[in-house]
Structures are given as C-alpha cells and as structure tokens.
Design a binder for this molecule. Structure first.
Ligand SMILES: [Zn+2]
Length: 157
C-alpha cells in the first residue's frame, strides 16, 4: 500500500510539473522562519480540486472521511497543492511548508506511514504532525517572533 501511494504521489507531481511555482517569492515574508534555500527548493500548485489518493482500499481501511474532507491545502514531498482562492493566505503556505520539512525529515515512506497511523489513531485535528503544523502556523501568524522552523521540526519530530 505504501508503495502504491508513493507511486501515485510521484505520478501526481509529474502530472502537475508544468504548474509548479517556487516558494522563493516568500523569502522576505518568511524571513527568520524559513531559509531562502529551502524556499527555493519548495513548490506549490494552485488547483480547483486537491488531489488525494482515492483508492477503495484506503476507504476500506477507514480513510473515507479524510479523503472527503474539505481542506485548503495538501503536501506531497517538496510540493503542496493549494485550493484556488486560498493562494493569498500566507499562513496556509506557512502551514504546508511545515509539512514539506516533515516529509524531508522522515523520508517519504515513513511520513506516509506515520501520517496514516496518526489520522486513524487521533483524527485529523489531533494528529501530531498536523498539530505541529497548526502550532507553528499560529506562532507565525499571532506571535510573529522569528523561529528557525527547520531546526524546530528536526528537534521535535
Ligand atoms: Zn496540515
């Protein structure tokens, strides 16, 4: 199953490779949080409908609610997808970039496994990988005190 999801992700990223936008342009807005080099190697795609792996096996395993959930962004490896109309929300970009770092720290297979386990055990709202992203998003939006997000993710993951 992990291999199937991983291949689906690679295919999805390839299918949208001509629509990717580099996060480089967030350099000044995310200064003190995300290094320029990391932003230059992270990407996003603005899209009408977020791509999710809608496999019958996943629905059977209990991921139906997650697959159908109306969310504004989703991250696959170094690229995230943003629902059209939300691309101006800086905090959402900030949130998805936390996930890019989580993917990098854990590696693809381990990220997928852990994310799925967490969704089943805790639900989306309380999944620790999501909580970390929401907490850091809050830190950025509300406190706005510089914090190295790559260091934070590496230490806390
Ligand atoms: Zn998230």
């Amino acid at each position: 199953m992990l291999n199937k999801i991983n291949s689906w992700i690679d295919q999805t990223l390839q299918n949208h490779s001509n629509q990717i936008i580099s996060c480089e342009h967030f350099c000044s807005q995310f200064n003190g949080f995300y290094p320029a080099e990391f932003l230059a190697n992270s990407y996003y795609v603005v899209i009408d409908r977020l791509p999710k792996p809608d496999f019958p096996e996943l629905r059977q395993a209990g991921f139906g609610c997650y697959i159908d959930m109306d969310i504004q962004g989703i991250t696959y490896k170094n690229t995230y997808f943003i629902k059209k109309g939300y691309e101006g929300e800086l905090a959402l970009h900030f949130h998805e970039l936390v996930h890019v770092l989580q993917w990098q720290n854990l590696g693809a297979q381990a990220f997928i496994q852990r994310y799925m386990d967490e969704i089943l055990s805790f639900g989306y709202q309380n999944a620790p990988l999501e909580k970390m992203a929401y907490d850091l998003q809050y830190h950025f939006s509300v406190k706005n005190a510089p914090l190295s997000i790559p260091d934070y993710v590496q230490n806390k993951i």
